[in-house]
Design a protein around this ligand. Structure first.
Ligand code: AOF
Ligand code: ZN
Length: 357
């Protein structure tokens, strides 16, 4: 059942991942899912999930089939759903259309469905393969924010920082604009498009009045304009009305934030259907999120500039700690964008426990 895929299966599932990828950032609270229906190496139909409340990937893929898919193989990046939610169970449709084999990228972390489809489909005489290895990893990666939200009630949180080589966010006067170059800023735009909400602290709002909207040249054809939620974390309740619009949540007003409990604030955000949050600063908010263990991904740009001024604004104003207890991360990507270096990390779990003097 759970096995590494052969090259032909891998090719089809890779196509399903591509289809899902195009709608990352548009499907919350649902996951991005892609599906391909194929027979003997030929694609009969394909589709993806575009928006919560609309048909699932399997439904769209089967509806687009150019011939009767009876006996064909359905490749889907996520285990097909087996109970009725906003839409009917995909497992029923798969049985009705007499699909011969289903290849699943990864199991659904949603407790309503988790693992049920395999037994259901097999009982109906359908061959089921669940991917293993790199392909499965890719499919899990695709739904990481959904998985965290559905299992823990917390959104996946990415913290983005743009720093000088000596680790400063801004110079002593607070000037932080244009630390990084246009290529780095363009990359941030694509990241914004992939998340549900963009969060900043009130200091950043007052200093920069950022629109925080992705300047989308989107590949996605949605009928609605793409507007992300802005979350303004106003510990000091000092946000000006002119910085609030109809896509803004002010944490103290809309998310019950008491100025201290960031986790409760993020839980409130999750109940609003936000699975994926990008925090763009400032330093103090980022540090508080790191200290609270709420950060899932750290995206740091290092600009080739050095300030050498101890009065400049530190990138990581966390509580000082000895090397043995340093906050530690695992890199998963590094690249150069124009003049700047992008380093991406995941937090290293329980490093305080493993470190020794
Ligand atoms: C799939 N294919 O394309 C998606 C799935 O309320 P509903 O009916 O949209 O169901 C949402 C749940 O269905 C969601 O939490 C997840 O477990 C699963 N999403 N399943 O087979 C899809 N989007
Ligand atoms: Zn479904």
């Amino acid at each position: 059942m759970s096995e590494p895929l052969n090259a032909a299966d891998e090719q089809m599932l890779t196509r399903a991942v591509e289809l899902a990828e195009a709608f990352v950032g548009f499907t919350s609270p649902n996951p991005a899912v892609g599906a391909v229906c194929a027979r003997a190496g030929r694609i009969l139909g394909e589709g993806c999930h575009r928006k919560a409340g609309t048909p699932h990937a399997e439904v769209n893929a089967l509806a687009s089939c150019t011939e009767d898919p009876a006996g064909a193989t359905l490749y889907v990046t996520l285990e097909p759903c087996s109970t009725t939610g906003r839409t009917p169970p995909c497992c029923d449709l798969i049985r009705e259309r007499r699909i011969g084999r289903v290849v699943i990228g990864c199991l659904d972390p949603n407790p309503r469905h988790a693992g049920r489809a395999v037994a259901l489909l097999e009982t109906a005489g359908i061959e089921v393969t669940v991917a293993e290895g790199a392909m499965a990893e890719r499919c899990r990666e695709l739904i990481a924010p959904f998985a965290k939200a559905i299992t823990r009630g917390l959104p996946f949180l990415r913290l983005k920082l743009a720093l000088t080589l000596d680790g400063f966010l801004a110079d002593a006067s607070g000037t932080s604009r244009w630390i990084t170059g246009p290529e780095a800023r363009a990359w941030v735009q694509t990241l914004r498009a992939r998340v549900d909400a963009i969060m900043v602290g009130s200091g950043t709002v007052r200093a920069d009045h950022p629109s925080l909207q992705p300047h989308l040249t989107s590949t996605v054809s949605t009928s609605e304009p793409v507007r992300k939620w802005r979350v303004l974390v106003d510990r000091c309740r000092a946000i000006d009305e002119s910085d609030i619009d109809d896509r803004t949540w002010v944490a103290t007003r809309d998310l019950g934030y008491d100025g201290k409990d960031l986790e409760a604030m993020l839980r409130a955000l999750c109940t609003k259907g936000v699975n994926d949050v990008l925090c763009e600063g400032g330093g103090r908010l980022g540090a508080a999120l790191l200290e609270a263990g709420l950060v899932d991904e750290l995206d740091v740009f290092y600009a080739p500039k050095v300030l050498g001024d101890p009065a400049a604004v530190r990138g990581f104003p966390i509580m000082p700690r000895p090397l043995a207890k340093a906050m530690a991360f695992e890199p998963f990507e590094s690249r150069t964008l124009g003049q700047d270096c992008l380093l991406r990390f995941r937090p290293q779990a329980s490093v305080a426990l493993t470190a020794t003097e």
